[in-house]
Each structure stands twice: as structure tokens, then as C-alpha cells.
Design a protein around this ligand. Structure first.
Ligand SMILES: [Zn+2]
Length: 384
């Protein structure tokens, strides 16, 4: 599926180079986007000024902007004032180059004749071939889908770095990406990884609490609905909008319930927007079931590792959320088989989800109560 049947190593090297150059631009985004409140002003600032030294304000030479090597050739210091340039800049360029090449290797089957099923996003329900859309060939479409998902990963990368620096995610990062998520999904109609609705009728019927015939009669039990293949663009738009609704809805619920039960902000508005942005690219099932549950696990692992390396073990939740979304995107083909059974339950899944939430709430309240008891005891101990 590589254009002109080019050798895979050539294509991956090209993607790495491309990613390293864009990585250089990402550092500018991380630096300038949070400086402005307005979205247009923030994006205009990216093209207003050429790259310059933050210390002496001298404009950098073209050769100083060469990704990774520019920093190495300067010995990590400004050409004019000799102030140190943080090593994070070449590291971001390197990481972004690896991200570009890694996603390409995982998402686009590298052999020209390999089927789409070898992509990391392939599953029993995802599109097995790309139908011609806008007169584009399947080869062009799969490469377009790669760039579509790249927009999401780059957004997550920038959002995580800004959040790491200033503990906020500006709207100028999430909102434009969400727009790309919705328009890309609607325009191409085949970039979804799970249809907006599907169920195994026999499984859902056997699990239903009331009579299965009643459910079938009322039309609740359906297989993958026909309109999904008949109207791909409307379906793409629906997948994306449902993803936004699920991401924003769940994020907002956690924010409000967390505030009430724990008395502090478990999530912030920027996190809710980040969840909605991820949802606009991947749909409601991955965001609601997988990413939200994987993020605390990633946070726990990252904190455990960082505790061994640094005295401050804090790892921002937003970075772990972004990492979870990237993991899900890159390993969907292997994650999906375990989830298919779960989503096959159809409307019964909603009943199970409500049951899980109902049991989680008393557990969170109990933890909060025990925490308050132990902090009160500490205060009493200190006073005595
Ligand atoms: Zn300087």
C-alpha cells in the first residue's frame, strides 16, 4: 500500500525526516499557542515571527533550524549569545520523527499487495477495503487516513507538552483538531474503526431481562444497520459526533461528580475538551470503554517509574490520557477481539454500564469518607 511500490525502508526514513521537521514546528506551537487567548490570534502567532533566540532575540540562521543536527552543530548553545538551548528541543524532534515512522509502519500495510487487514486499525467490523471516495484510489485513501490520525497524535503530543509546562490545555490546540476530526470523518466516510452501532442479536436477546421477542418487535435488536453502508458520509459524521458526545459527556460527568464527592477538580475543562477531541477521531466505543479506563493504569505505571528516577513522581493525567489514546490507536487490531463480545451485548451493555457506575459511586464515597477520617485523625494527633 506504499505509493509507487517504494521500498518500506525508504518510505519510513522519509516519514522520520518529515516528522523531525514537523517536530521543530511543534516546539514553536508549544511555546506560542498558550500565549494568546483567542484561537485565531494564537494560530496567527505561529507564522508572524521567524524562529529566534528567546534570550537575545536574534533570528536563527536557516542551518540552525535543521532538526536534531542544528542543535548538535551548535553544541546546544545559541550561535550569538551562547545561552544554552534546552535538550528537549532535539528530543521532541527525534520523538516526533519516530512517531511519524511508527504510525506509518503500523497503520499502512508496507507491502504493495498486502491487504488492509494487516493495518493496526483493522478489525472484524472495520472497512476491509476502501471504496472510491471523491475519485481517490484505495492507496491514496489509506495514506489520507494515516495523515488524519497523525493530526490526532500531533494534537495529543502538543497538548501533553503544554499541560506538562503550564498545567492547562488551550482551546487553540483542541478545537481546530476536533474540526479536522469531524470534517475528515464526514468527507471520507470510511475512516471509522467501529461502526456507530452494532450488536450480536442472538447474544443480546439471550442476555435481555425481558422477552427477546419484545425487543425484536420494538426494533431494539438490530445487527449492523444497513444505512451504515448505504450512506457512508452520514455514518462517518455520526461516528465522529457520537465520539464527541461520549468524550465530552463522560468527562463532564466525572468533573461534576468528582467535585461533589471528592471536593476537588478531578478533571478540568481542558481535559473534557481533550476527551471530546479524541472521541471525534475514534468514535464513542474506544473513548468510553477503553481509553478512559486505560488512562489511570498508564498513570499508575508512569508514576511508579518516575518515582524511581525523580523526587517528584507527579505525572500529569492528560499526558497519560494522550498516551492511552495513542496505545489504543496503534494496537486496536489486538485490543478489539476482547471487546467485541462486550459491545455485541447491544442495549444490554447500557444496563451493565449503569450497574457498574452504580457500584462505583458508593466505593468512591467510602474512599472519600475514609480519607477524611484519616486526615482528621492526623490533625488531632498534631494538635495533641
Ligand atoms: Zn541568543
Amino acid at each position: 500500500m506504499i505509493p509507487y511500490d517504494l521500498p518500506p525502508y525508504f518510505m519510513l526514513s522519509w516519514m522520520f525526516l518529515y516528522g523531525a521537521v514537523i517536530g521543530s514546528f511543534l516546539t514553536v506551537c508549544v511555546h506560542r499557542l498558550p500565549m494568546h487567548n483567542g484561537i485565531f490570534a494564537a494560530w496567527r502567532s505561529l507564522v508572524d515571527n521567524a524562529s529566534h533566540c528567546d534570550h537575545c532575540q536574534q533570528q536563527l540562521l536557516a542551518r540552525d533550524n535543521i532538526p536534531i543536527f542544528g542543535w548538535l552543530l551548535l553544541g546546544g548553545r545559541c550561535r550569538f549569545c551562547k545561552t544554552g538551548i534546552p535538550i528537549k528541543y532535539p528530543l521532541i524532534e527525534l520523538a516526533n520523527g519516530l512517531l511519524f515512522a511508527g504510525l506509518y509502519a503500523m497503520e499502512v500495510p508496507l507491502n504493495h499487495w498486502n491487504p488492509l487487514s494487516q493495518s493496526c486499525l483493522s478489525s472484524t467490523l472495520s472497512p476491509t477495503t476502501f471504496e472510491n471516495a471523491w475519485g481517490l484510489s484505495p492507496l491514496v485513501l489509506i495514506n489520507c487516513r494515516y495523515f488524519y490520525h497523525l493530526v490526532l497524535l500531533e494534537t495529543l503530543f502538543v497538548a501533553s507538552m503544554i499541560d506538562w509546562d503550564i498545567r492547562t490545555i488551550p482551546l487553540s490546540v483542541t478545537l481546530p483538531a476536533m474540526l479536522v476530526g469531524v470534517t475528515g470523518a464526514a468527507a471520507f466516510g470510511q475512516f471509522w474503526i467501529v461502526p456507530v452501532w452494532f450488536q450480536d442479536v442472538s447474544l443480546a436477546a439471550s442476555l435481555s431481562l425481558s422477552s427477546p421477542t419484545t425487543w425484536t418487535w420494538t426494533g431494539v435488536l438490530l445487527e449492523v444497520p444497513n444505512w451504515i453502508s448505504e450512506h457512508p458520509h452520514w455514518h462517518g459524521l455520526t461516528v465522529s459526533l457520537m465520539g464527541i458526545a461520549a468524550g465530552a459527556g463522560l468527562g463532564w460527568t466525572i468533573l461534576v461528580v468528582g467535585k461533589k464527592l471528592l471536593g476537588r477538580d478531578v478533571l478540568r475543562f481542558g481535559d473534557v475538551m481533550l476527551l471530546a477531541t479524541i472521541g471525534s477521531f475514534v468514535g464513542w466505543q474506544p473513548i468510553a470503554i477503553v481509553i478512559l479506563f486505560m488512562a489511570p493504569l498508564v498513570t499508575f505505571c508512569a508514576t511508579s517509574i518516575k518515582r524511581r528516577l525523580s523526587p517528584n513522581p507527579r505525572v500529569p493525567y492528560e499526558s497519560c490520557l494522550s498516551a492511552s489514546a495513542a496505545i489504543v490507536l496503534l494496537s486496536w487490531r489486538w485490543i478489539w477481539p476482547d471487546l467485541e463480545q462486550c459491545f455485541s451485548m447491544g442495549p444490554v451493555l447500557m444496563v451493565v454500564a449503569l450497574g457498574v457506575m452504580a457500584t462505583c459511586l458508593p466505593a468512591i464515597t467510602l474512599i472519600q469518607y475514609l480519607k477524611q477520617r484519616s486526615s482528621l485523625r492526623n490533625i488531632d494527633g498534631n494538635c495533641a
